[in-house]
Design a protein around this ligand. Structure first.
Ligand SMILES: Cc1ncc(COP(=O)(O)O)c(C=O)c1O
Length: 378
């Protein structure tokens, strides 16, 4: 079965090695076990002893109940039976498409977003229509355009809230308007919510699951909880028909998740608010650095992100996003993700939520390269 190359992941795999200044990754400073124990105020030896006597069988095939309890608390009125644990959010997204999408189905996806949301359904033979997110709309979907795209054949609408790469955030009122449009064709809404909770302002973003009976949320431990290496994610829905199909498909490609990783994830989710507070502090402090750079650098502009860990920065220089990011990596050690990975040009995605000093130095280097290009056009 043919699938488009996963541009963002291929770029990251290749260019991560040049990453003296890491402005490419989308995680907030990743946790170690040591740091996790410190945040959770847990005795390291006690926890490690507990881990050592865990049986390393398949464990709970449908997911460790403590882990699922932690997941259920991230939603309103969600029971453990409505949660399916997966290998990362990537596994959760894949499972949704694998369970629901058949050849000739109509799927609508926002663009730009994480490529899984359009390239997987396309590879399954779906007719994928794009809902382009534009800077003039603050990268929020144009509802009239969505209304025109939806037809009686629409099976699934794919959203990403908060959005990677733009950092746009849809609030409850906005999401409810999308639900009204989806209802007209009885379409499912898949909302990838892996950055949910990482907001610049103290507002709560509801999950799609609480707003629509055919809403499906995917998420995981990677971004909001800084634990990507656990490779744990989940999909949550109240739609019984979807859950039945997804549980059945899951048996075929994963059986259960890692027993040890689920134990660590359960501890992290028991302390979810502490980790989220830590991460909100970082994203807010770091955005100030990025924002001040954008305001002072005349060769760049952006829509200030409302949430998440990334921003899409447009530049005024006559060089493709690929060549610019290639030069930045190889000549300056700055790791960024070019716009072409999101089907856009003259822009790059910046992951601004890691080390502050790397961020400041990286931004200086981007400025000097952009200025040298505009001073000496090829
Ligand atoms: C929107 C989005 N969804 C899913 C993923 C994959 O997440 P995970 O590491 O949980 O598999 C990413 C990773 O960058 C992402 O940005």
């Amino acid at each position: 079965m043919h699938i488009q190359p996963f541009k963002v992941e291929e770029w990251m795999n290749e260019y991560e090695k040049y990453c003296k200044y890491d402005l490419g990754n989308t995680t907030v400073n990743t946790l170690t076990l040591e740091k996790l124990f410190e945040i959770c105020e847990v005795d390291k030896q006690y926890f490690l002893n507990k881990l050592c006597v865990n049986s390393l069988g398949y464990g709970y095939v449908k997911g460790n109940p403590d882990f699922k309890k932690g997941i259920s608390k991230l939603y309103k009125n969600v029971s453990q039976d409505e949660i399916i644990t997966t290998i990362g959010t990537a596994g959760a997204n894949h499972l949704v498409f694998y369970s629901l999408v058949e050849p000739e189905d109509e799927v609508i996806s926002v663009l730009p977003t994480y490529q899984q949301l359009y390239s997987i359904p396309e590879s399954f033979g779906a007719n994928v229509k794009y809902l382009h997110l534009k800077p003039e709309n603050n990268f929020l979907p144009d509802l009239e355009e969505l209304n025109n795209l939806v037809s009686e054949n629409t099976k699934l609408i794919c959203l990403n809230n908060p959005n990677n790469p733009t950092g746009a955030l849809m609030d409850e009122i906005f999401l409810k308007k999308i639900v009204e449009i989806a209802k007209k064709s009885d379409a499912y809404i898949l909302c990838d919510e892996v950055y949910r909770g990482l907001n610049q302002e103290d507002i709560e973003t509801p999950s799609i699951v609480g707003l629509y009976e055919k809403g499906i949320s995917t998420s995981g431990m990677s971004k909001t909880f800084s634990l990507a290496g656990l490779r744990l994610g989940w999909t949550v829905s109240k739609d019984k028909s979807f859950l039945k199909k997804a549980f059945s498909h899951r048996e075929y490609n994963m059986i259960s998740c890692s027993v040890s990783d689920e134990t660590v994830a359960a501890l992290a989710l028991e302390n979810a608010s502490k980790i989220v507070e830590r991460n909100k502090k970082t994203i807010r402090e770091n955005l100030k650095i990025l924002d001040s750079w954008v305001k002072n650098e005349k060769l760049v502009r952006y829509v200030k992100p409302q949430a998440g860990t990334t921003a899409l920065v447009f530049y005024d220089a006559d060089i493709s996003s690929k060549d610019l990011c290639d030069k930045l990596a190889k000549k300056c050690g700055v790791f960024l993700t070019p716009g072409f990975c999101f089907e856009l040009e003259y822009c790059f995605r910046i992951g601004y939520c890691k080390d502050k000093e790397q961020l400041k130095k990286g931004l200086e280097k981007i400025s000097s390269l952009l200025h040298s290009i505009t001073a000496h056009p090829v």
